[in-house]
Write a protein that binds this ligand. Structure first.
Ligand code: GLN
Length: 473
């Protein structure tokens, strides 16, 4: 891999300046990224496809440079996770089931990116239907970590995180159900934001677990993530769960200069020492910047992962029932209709997807519904209340984003439980529907990136961006 990084901007602001100054055209900028992709993607496997119209998109923008002022993402090259629909393009969700499926409309977030002037370079790899934490569940090969090619990029938005970290785009959109934006961002040294549930439209996102899924940015800095979030957020008539969030759940609409930040009380065994130390160092830095640091407990937090792995498979089993060989994607002919379904799903779905459909069907079945699904719903409410109470005394919570740095390819792929535990720190906020950010801070053994996570009250992304920017400074 040759080093051409220096030619590339480090932020949206810098890219805009370069374009505005005439230092670089949008086409010129896009060409730099395309060169980098050519150089690196063979090793990393982040992109599944580079769109053939990317240069046309750039040229069109070069002809409209006068509109730059009003378009916050003018000329900014993006990669898009392969579960977000782009009209006329294949959207595979990392699955054989949808290998040749072409989207027939744009996701709302894509409309918004385009309106803001973004260039969409291509679609990037992910765990199949967003189920996983390493991209090893993709039907199209693993995405490697740009910092160490023997390691995973994290998942499920591994392609998004790796493409940003390896300068194969300036920013990306991923999706987070239980950690899929923040964990790969942490593993690759990028910033990842999982917005408040309902703040970003899910219209055009291939559903995994609809009461958890949110689209969010993966970017090179907190400021970039904030710019992108402000473009994609907002109520959408095509998604009845989307809400404006103005004033909702906010103690007040002001953002105080000095905040009260709670360090999450958690069991430190099983979390690598370098990560425990990094979180302490981050808290210390924020204290020195004048914020008040205190301890905070979420009493029932340990039930988050078990609760998640009951509710998510339940929703998966329902959402994925649409892949029946009739309406979307792959069709494998059997001897009758039931056999058609079995052959289609048998061939189209990978092992993890099948596992979740079976788990989900089980927890929803008549005899077990009360014991599992209903109980998990109750646990979800209790965890939500725990957070609500915590946010009466703190403005944000600091914790690790992950228990470990990027692990070796193959290290956990035969152990679903170990893989599920990757969500230890990222699942709780999703169970509660809260916004959370992972910000790179320091590095572990071998120079591997570490992410520190902040969680804020519902619709208080502004708090996350403020703390994140101060930490990153
Ligand atoms: N690792 C988690 C899972 O497999 C999270 C995935 C996600 O956020 N899409 O469910």
């Amino acid at each position: 891999m040759s080093e051409i990084k220096s030619m590339l901007p480090n932020s949206i602001k810098q890219a805009r300046e370069m374009i505005a100054n005439g230092e670089l055209t949008v086409s010129g900028l896009v060409n730099e990224y395309l060169k980098n992709i050519k150089d690196k993607n063979g090793d990393i496997n982040a992109y599944l496809e580079i769109f053939e119209d990317v240069i046309d998109q750039a040229k069109e923008l070069d002809g409209k440079i006068g509109e730059m002022e009003n378009k916050p993402l003018f000329g900014i090259p993006f990669s898009i996770k392969d579960n977000i629909l782009i009209s006329g393009k294949i959207c595979s969700a990392g699955s054989k089931m949808l290998e040749n499926y072409k989207a027939v409309y744009n996701a709302t977030v894509i409309e918004k990116l385009k309106d803001a002037g973004a260039v969409i370079i291509g679609r990037v790899n992910m765990d199949e239907f967003a189920m996983g934490a390493s991209t090893e569940n993709s039907a199209f090969g693993v995405t490697k970590n740009p910092h160490d090619l023997s390691r995973v990029s994290g998942g499920s938005s591994g392609g998004s995180a790796a493409s940003v970290a390896a300068d194969m785009c300036l920013a990306s959109l991923g999706s987070d159900t239980g950690g899929s934006i923040r964990q790969p961002a942490a593993f690759c040294g990028a910033v990842g934001v999982s917005p408040t549930y309902g703040s970003v439209s899910r219209y055009g996102l291939i559903a995994m677990a609809s009461s958890f899924d949110q689209i969010g940015p993966i970017a090179k800095s907190v400021e970039d993530a904030e710019i992108i979030f402000n473009v994609i957020k907002g109520a959408d008539k095509m998604d009845s769960t989307s809400v404006l969030g103005e004033g909702k759940g906010k103690k007040e609409n002001t953002l105080p200069e000095k905040l009260k930040i709670g360090i999450l009380k958690y069991n430190k065994t099983g979390v690598s020492d370098e990560i425990n130390k990094t979180v302490e160092a981050a808290a210390e830095k924020l204290k020195n910047l004048g914020h008040e640091i205190t301890d905070i407990e979420i009493p029932n937090i340990d039930y988050s992962v078990p609760c998640y792995y009951v509710l998510v498979p339940a929703e998966v089993s329902s959402n994925l029932a649409r892949f029946d060989g009739v309406r979307y994607g792959l069709y494998a002919e059997g001897s009758n209709l039931t056999d058609d379904y079995m052959k289609t799903r048998g061939k189209g779905f990978g092992a993890e997807v099948k596992r979740r459909i079976m788990l989900g069907t089980y927890v929803l079945s008549a005899g077990y519904y009360d014991n599992y699904y209903l109980k998990a719903q109750k646990a979800r409410e209790i965890i939500k209340q725990d957070f609500k109470k915590a946010f009466e005394s703190v403005d944000a919570i600091i914790s690790p984003a992950t228990a470990n740095t990027a692990f070796k390819i193959g290290e956990k792929s035969d152990n679903p439980l170990a893989m599920y535990l990757e969500d230890l720190f990222t699942a709780p906020s999703k169970v509660a529907g809260l916004p959370a950010i992972s910000v790179p801070f320091g590095a572990g053994e071998g120079g591997l990136p570490i992410g520190v996570q902040f969680t804020a009250p519902w619709f208080r992304e502004d708090i996350l961006f403020k703390i994140g920017k101060e930490l990153e400074k």
